[in-house]
Design a binder for this molecule. Structure first.
Ligand code: GAR
Length: 216
């Protein structure tokens, strides 16, 4: 088998995106493997999922460290020790310092539940509904020092219906998160993703038509 890209998944909570990556990696022809799941929260439900899949589940509790630097140094040491080549943040709810982001520059990606650069931060679905936008969605992007910013790799747009509320929208967006995160990791692992002037290029990608809302 060809060498698979060594992936670390960083979580803080339930870990459904991590699970989507675990499921993708289970396919023999998927070009990445998860070498470690790391959580800053000892009680993260995702840790049990990782254990069940036979993947090392490591806890680095941020509360055990005086500052962000100490915590991040421990994370970096654990990942470097395992030969990690790409870090996927999957509901990892700690802000990262510039030092960490630069240490892993272009090897650190995140998934966010909005069509960035719209709706950075929390409560994305509530804010999308309040703004009356017709499309919500999700984004996988390379991480830069400013929160929820950085070159965009993949997005999925999810139309907002008249009866949507935050929970219904979140559920439909989450379904798409589970599609685009494995896709983004695959594109990177296949060496098809480049960054030019802080914009992502994807080898062999074609433009789609239009998606218009409402659908009726
Ligand atoms: C996901 O919706 C992810 O996009 C979001 O947290 C959720 C984690 O769910 N991330 C952020 O808001 C980061 N800014 P999961 O633990 O089930 O994957």
């Amino acid at each position: 088998m060809v060498d698979r890209l060594k992936l670390a998944v960083l979580i803080s909570g339930r870990g459904t995106n991590m699970q989507a990556l675990i499921d993708a990696c289970a396919a023999a022809d998927y070009p990445a493997e998860i070498v470690v799941v790391l959580s800053n929260e000892p009680d993260a439900a995702g840790l049990a999922r990782a254990n069940e899949a036979g993947i090392e589940a490591l806890v680095v509790p941020h509360r055990d460290y005086d500052g962000r630097e100490g915590f991040e140094a421990a994370v970096t040491a654990a990942l470097a020790e395992r030969g990690v080549e790409l870090i996927a943040l999957a509901g990892f709810m700690r802000l990262l310092t510039a030092g960490f982001v630069e240490r892993w520059r272009d090897r650190l990606i995140n998934i966010h539940p909005s069509l960035l650069p719209a709706f950075k931060g929390l409560d994305t679905h509530e804010r999308a509904l309040a703004a009356g936008v017709r499309f919500a969605g999700c984004t996988v992007h390379f991480v830069r020092t400013e929160m929820d910013s950085g070159p965009i790799i993949v997005q999925a747009a999810v139309p907002i219906g008249p009866d949507d509320h935050a929970a219904s929208l979140a559920a439909r967006v989450l379904e798409q998160e589970h599609v685009i995160y494995p896709l983004a990791v695959r594109l990177i692992a296949e060496g098809r993703v480049g960054i030019e002037d802080e914009l992502v290029t994807v080898d062999g990608a074609a433009a789609a038509g239009a998606t218009i809302n409402p659908t009726a």
